[in-house]
Write a protein that binds this ligand. Structure first.
Ligand SMILES: *Cc1c(COP(=O)(O)O)cnc(C)c1O
Length: 401
């Protein structure tokens, strides 16, 4: 089988990134000035008052759950169409994950399903809306439900650094500003909007949460004299909570600062590829492009096309095989979390969230990243259309025979 040359996502690293990292190696390596410098850049970009960087997006979710005080006997609701970590974080904090189905006409957590869940189950204390593929959730409606039922809102914006939406008064909101949430978390894994190798961040406007996040990130240790119960000398510190080592080194922060400067260009490139795919698929009704509601700027982390495989009589794995033979890697985002064996053992049934199941059955993520050329994107679209035509013709012949 031919080597897959085009994958669904990858990083964009240039000489300025390499030089920034090289320079950082002459500094403190970890917990030097670049940590706060990167945090200031993230806060500045998103418009939040505070940013705390940490070792990855999963750690960011864990820290956010702990800082929010979520724990035993409480539940955090997220979308079944997400990466495992959005749900697992509740378990790390000693709470229970739960789910609400996705929108009938979209890919994100449905505010109405969330409302029904929160009304029925008073253990629900947090919601983790995931801006799937980089398209913002309906945050005003989610915030309304959260206020009514007293839920903490932790946005999982691992796909959505740089995304924006317009509120009902016409004001443009940037994801991460926490205008409608308590905290927003990000990942800087290589496939995300920008990368630090591994890395993550939490933004918030709440000074108390900010203080907790910083303490929990580093063993729950406090050194600030104003927060100590006493002082025994210059060496003195206190462990006031059970924290972790979730710190992000200076080396990674150097890369993050350099990458963030290019974020808007990266997103413009991704949006250009999405527009090209949209155009190339517009004549074919069996490939349904993702739709982004008006007033929103998607970060275009993914290009999740929907293909009605069962109607076409085509097996998705056959499409993956044909595309891989011409060097194109596809992906599926995501296997609904509640159908994983671990979650099934917790009592979830596949049919609990039927829209998520249907979405999973039809979803295919096409390659999208800033370095993907228009020619390559054209080859992806052409390969996809011809593979589908070939497979569905085969299926018809098989039925005829
Ligand atoms: C990538 C991702 C995470 C986890 O981030 P890591 O940095 O890989 O730990 C969490 N949620 C979503 C939706 C993601 O895409």
């Amino acid at each position: 089988m031919a080597k897959t040359a085009i994958s669904y996502g990858r990083q964009t690293i240039d000489l300025s990134d390499i030089e920034a990292v090289a320079r950082s190696l002459e500094g403190m390596l970890t917990q030097g000035p670049l940590v706060e410098a990167f945090e200031a850049e993230i806060a500045g970009y998103t418009g939040a008052k505070y940013a705390v960087v940490c070792s990855n997006g999963t750690a960011a979710l864990h820290l956010a759950m702990k800082a929010a005080g979520l724990g035993e006997g409480q539940k955090a609701v997220t979308s079944p169409i997400t990466f495992l970590a959005s749900a697992n974080a509740a378990l790390y904090a000693g709470a229970r994950p739960d789910f609400a189905d996705i929108e009938a006409d979209g890919m994100n957590l449905d505010p109405e399903s969330l409302r029904r869940k929160a009304a029925k189950d008073r253990a629900v204390k947090a919601v983790v809306p995931v801006h799937f593929a980089g398209t913002p959730c309906r945050m005003e409606e989610i915030r309304e439900v959260a206020l009514k039922y007293g839920l903490i809102v932790i946005e999982d914006a691992c796909h959505a650094l740089g995304a924006e939406w317009t509120d009902s008064s016409g004001r443009v909101r940037r994801v991460g500003s926490c205008s409608h949430s308590d905290m927003t978390i990000f990942s800087f894994h290589p496939v995300k909007s920008i990368t630090t190798g591994e890395g993550g961040a939490i933004t918030t406007n709440d000074p108390a949460l900010y203080g907790k996040l910083k303490t929990l990130r580093s063993h729950g240790v406090v050194k600030d004299p104003a927060r100590l119960s006493k002082s025994e000398g210059p060496w003195y510190y206190e462990m006031q909570d059970l924290g972790f080592n979730y710190r992000l080194p200076d080396i990674n922060c150097a890369l993050g600062i350099s990458q963030l400067k290019k974020l808007d260009r990266f997103i413009a490139k991704r949006a250009g590829i999405a527009a090209l795919y949209d155009r190339l698929f517009s004549k074919y009704q069996f490939v349904r492009p993702p739709s982004v509601p008006g007033g929103m700027r998607s970060a275009w982390h993914l290009y999740p096309a929907r293909i009605p495989f069962s109607e076409l009589g085509v097996e998705r794995k056959d499409l993956f095989r044909l595309m891989s033979e011409i060097g194109i890697g596809l992906q599926v985002h995501y296997i609904p979390v509640h159908t994983q064996p671990y979650y099934k053992a917790m009592g979830f049934k596949p049919g609990d969230f039927p829209r998520a199941l249907r979405f999973y059955a039809e979803e295919v993520s096409l390659p999208i990243y800033p370095l993907l050329s228009d020619e390559e994107a054209g080859a992806v679209a052409e390969g996809l259309l011809s593979s589908l035509a070939c497979l569905s013709a085969q299926a018809k012949r098989t039925v005829a025979v």
